[in-house]
Write a protein that binds this ligand. Structure first.
Ligand SMILES: [Zn+2]
Ligand SMILES: [Zn+2]
Length: 97
């Protein structure tokens, strides 16, 4: 039974087979404090899991925080950052060659 942050506040939702709450931390414009999003997740991060090379990051992501990089492929902000850094490095490399 996960806790979700909805428009009304933190809500304890009863039930099974519910999506995990979004785990992205970000600064709320209203308070300026870093908080966990906790909106019901719609996606899981498809980024590589550095601790377990055969797995994926699997961070639960809501609509707002999922970064789509392809058909049915989404990344959390942390994975998207390293993904775009790798992309930049690759394009830099090919432009030199
Ligand atoms: Zn979120
Ligand atoms: Zn991730």
């Amino acid at each position: 039974m996960p806790f979700y942050r909805l428009k009304t506040g933190i809500v304890h939702v009863k039930g099974t087979r519910l999506p995990a709450p979004c785990c992205v931390r970000f600064c709320w414009p209203s308070s300026g404090k870093e908080q966990v999003c906790m909106a019901p997740s719609a996606y899981l991060c498809d980024g590589p899991n550095n601790a377990n090379r055969s797995g994926t990051c699997d961070a639960p992501l809501c609509e707002v925080h999922a970064r789509q990089i392809g058909p049915n492929r989404h990344l959390c902000p942390a994975c998207h950052l390293s993904h775009s850094a790798a992309e930049r490095q690759r394009s830099l490399f090919t432009s030199i060659v």
